[in-house]
Design a protein around this ligand. Structure first.
Ligand code: SF4
Length: 401
């Protein structure tokens, strides 16, 4: 079976059945015809009281916007549809819990210039826009994305570029926002040119959900720009197999053929993708689209996200249910972006039972025990940082002395 046979072109639902195919496939038409109001939603769906109330408040927190293409993927008969829950506001978003905050991963504290987050020495996050094609109701950056909260984020490219030029230790730049692929071709081209002119910038990445929300945007002009400045790596953001349409597959094909290596970052979301079978289906589809599952994020502690967050132990159990049970390439790294600004911390199931003087004792994916001998010579050069009193220590890290 050819890979493309696993992907269905979405059947266009009302009110778009009469739309000219050329318009439907035009990304500018898609943007112009986004669903942005409660009134529009009411015409398309029977909203629950929670959703209706959520829509009343949405534009004070994070704008409501959904492209017709992405909305069309919703099964309207299912109130718990996984796409619906990602983009239609609910009243729970307005309920803030003690552990939550407006800047849950502490980006503001690492921002030397507006739009630059410099947390790790050799790399920066460069926020180049506050706009997205559609808005995810759990967005970590909802303080600034869509400018609904009067944060007044106005990216200043020259100030960001100047900061990168002045800091020669920066070898890696991640363009994000908002969604960098919403910049015009001219703007994106000149931004990438300016970055490529900085000798110490080796590695350029783009974080984008455009292939998912607006795959029509991935056209030959855009791909030519990405190819010209390549290698440009890209992290896309797919959470559920229902997002893996023929249109997304085609967008990923275009990007891959333009030499863009693709990874995926999913967020673990309650009632949306927190089941092993759903995740397995998703990661298999990603591989067929040439996308390497990269991170599975524990949902950040953003204000009003409790209804979508899972317990972190669920993420560990899900990885355990996948590792060894499918292709290793397909397994994403489960991470928690540490609250307050500690960066991404990998969270793994514990496969190490113990490390004694002679051997490392491990469990495999079936729970069977194996041991592997240590190299007696190496023990003089390595200091093992582990707690010998904890048989099940999951914090075992060899450190070069
Ligand atoms: S696409 Fe990314 S930046 Fe935009 S709303 Fe979704 S999570 Fe936030």
């Amino acid at each position: 079976m050819h890979a493309s046979e696993f992907f269905q072109e979405s059947a266009i639902q009302n009110p778009w059945t009469e739309v000219d195919k050329a318009d439907w496939n035009d990304w500018k038409w898609q943007l112009k015809n986004r669903i942005t109001s409660l009134e529009q939603l009411e015409e398309l769906l029977e909203l629950s009281p929670d959703e209706r109330a959520g829509c009343h408040f949405a534009n004070k927190k994070l704008a409501l916007a959904i492209t017709p293409y992405f909305f069309n993927l919703i099964n309207r008969a299912d109130p718990k549809d996984p796409i619906r829950q990602q983009v239609i506001p609910r009243i729970q978003e307005t309920q803030t819990h003690e552990e939550e905050s407006i800047d849950p991963v502490g980006e503001e504290g690492s921002s030397p210039v507006e739009g630059i987050v410099h947390r790790y020495p050799d790399r920066v996050l460069f926020l180049v826009t506050d706009r997205c094609a559609a808005y995810c109701r759990y967005c970590t950056r909802s303080r600034l994305v869509s400018n609904a909260q009067a944060y007044n984020f106005h990216p200043k490219y020259e100030a960001g570029l100047e900061y990168i030029r002045a800091n020669p230790q920066i070898r890696d730049v991640l363009l994000s926002g908002g969604d960098p692929l919403l910049l015009s071709n001219n703007k994106l081209d000149s931004l990438l040119s300016a970055l490529r002119e900085i000798k110490h910038v080796e590695f350029i990445r783009i974080g984008s959900r455009i292939p998912v929300f607006l795959p029509q945007r991935i056209d030959s002009e855009l791909c030519a720009i990405l190819k010209k400045h390549g290698p440009i790596w890209m992290s896309i953001h797919v959470n559920h197999p229902n997002e893996c349409s023929a249109e997304l597959k085609q967008a990923c094909d275009h990007l891959a053929f333009a030499g863009v290596p693709l990874g995926n970052q999913s967020v673990l979301l309650k009632g949306i993708n927190n089941q092993a079978e759903i995740l397995k289906n998703l990661i298999h589809k990603l591989l067929l689209m040439r996308v390497r599952p990269y991170y599975l994020y524990q949902c950040d502690l953003i204000n009003g996200s409790a209804h979508l967050r899972t317990d972190p132990r669920e993420g560990i159990a899900l990885i355990q249910a996948l590792r060894g049970h499918t292709t290793g390439y397909a397994i994403p790294q489960f991470v928690i972006d540490a609250p307050g600004g500690g960066g991404k911390i990998p969270i793994n199931p514990n496969y190490i039972e113990s490390i004694n003087e002679d051997a490392i004792v491990m469990k495999n994916y079936e729970g069977k025990r194996y041991s592997y001998p240590l190299n007696p010579q190496a023990t003089t050069d390595l200091q093992l940082n582990c707690d010998p009193n904890t048989e099940d220590s999951d914090w075992i890290e060899p450190i070069l002395a």
